[in-house]
Design a protein around this ligand. Structure first.
Ligand SMILES: *Cc1c(COP(=O)(O)O)cnc(C)c1O
Length: 355
């Protein structure tokens, strides 16, 4: 077995969920666990989030997995059904659905359901991804209100720029103009809005990334938001090289030493999900000490500077990201976001779960 392991700390999930509740004390929390729980394992994260008020997923299969594992909370299909037939599973497994386009509304109106479902009717408040336009939203709301297959309506939108300081003021004008005065609950806020747009909290917040202990906002660290990393991606040194000034490391010889150096070779590469675009200098920790990567990341290995870490030797523990090295710092170095790195850990990496 290669020494790379993704350690999943369930108490950190519970801690981050509690942090959501502190930030949005009047809202119910729908934990977003799509993309295999942002790469942490759907059932792992569900276990850590038992105290959530609801879950949100993309696929019916994920919702079924949660039901079969015994979760009784509401489960929302964030993009609704992709075909009319899926309404049978919605009925059987008691799922909530988003309705964001007219065909979904037709399917629902024509379905034979044993019990009516709760529907989140999605407004496009300016992101122009999914949802009804402000002008058509009221008539869709009226149709749902008349539909025998609908038990309850929640008015929903998703913000394009909740991570920007002033990023929701215009969409919130749309939301207020369209949704005000209706006898229905609202769900507007993702993690960024939970953190810094309290006027959006409404009835249901929908945090994802912050539950996993990564930041939803570029210039604020997860730690400063009171969040704890859930995944610690750890491996070990499987090689040590002493190189002289002028010698290079890795494919393309992208890094050349300007002095004698000790280089550690880590059992982790892009086939494990580590970003190939992480350049020399990307933060990493060996034996609990911060250092930097060297040269190009290869498929199964990457190189680190251990010149100043005397105790480093073959077998030494390496943290790729987690508690010492925020995933957001690795992401920033590689030109991406923590979300992408967490979701990208590949199937060949062993997962260990800690209650
Ligand atoms: C993914 C998603 C969220 C969660 O977003 P985060 O930025 O991870 O908090 C919330 N709402 C919808 C509709 C989503 O698709």
């Amino acid at each position: 077995m290669r020494p790379i392991v993704a350690h999943i700390h369930l108490p950190a999930l519970a801690h981050n969920l509690a942090q959501v509740r502190r930030l949005a004390p009047h809202a119910q929390v729908m934990s977003v666990v799509k993309a295999n729980g942002y790469g942490h394992g759907l059932l792992n994260v569900a276990q850590g989030l038992q105290a959530t008020d609801a879950f949100a997923v993309l696929n019916v299969s994920e919702a079924i997995a949660l039901r079969e594992a015994g979760y009784k909370q509401p489960i929302l299909l964030l993009e609704g059904v992709f075909a009319a037939e899926q309404l049978q599973a919605v009925d059987r497994y008691r799922l909530d659905i988003v309705v964001h386009h007219a065909a979904q509304l037709d399917w629902l109106q024509q379905a034979q359901l044993s019990v009516p479902v709760r529907v989140f009717l999605k407004l496009d408040s300016g992101m122009h991804r999914l949802g009804f336009q402000p002008a058509e939203y009221p008539s869709k709301l009226a149709q749902l209100a008349q539909c025998a297959n609908v038990s309850e309506i929640v008015q929903m939108t998703h913000f394009a720029n909740a991570d920007q300081a002033d990023g929701v003021s215009i969409p919130m004008q749309t939301v207020t103009a369209v949704m005000a005065g209706k006898p229905y609950q609202r769900s507007l806020a993702n993690s960024a809005a939970v953190v810094q747009q309290p006027q959006t909290h409404a009835d249901w917040v929908r945090p994802g990334i912050m539950l996993y202990g990564a930041t939803p906002i570029n210039d604020r660290s997860a730690a400063s938001l009171g969040l704890k990393a859930v995944m610690i991606l750890q491996s070990a040194l499987i090689g040590v090289q002493e190189i002289a000034a002028g010698e290079s490391v890795g494919y393309g010889s992208l890094f050349t030493a300007d002095k004698p150096m000790r280089v550690g070779i880590v059992a982790c590469g892009y086939a494990d999900g580590y970003p190939r675009h992480a350049p020399t200098g990307t933060p990493i920790a060996v034996h609990g000490k911060q250092t930097r990567t060297l040269g190009r990341v290869s498929m199964d290995m990457l190189a680190v500077d251990i010149t100043e870490i005397d105790e480093a030797q073959i077998g030494s523990p390496v943290e790729l990201w987690g508690a010492l090295v925020p995933v957001d710092a690795v992401a920033q170095a590689a030109g991406t976001i923590g979300y992408e790195l967490l979701c990208a850990v590949t199937a060949r990496v062993a997962f260990k779960v800690y209650g």
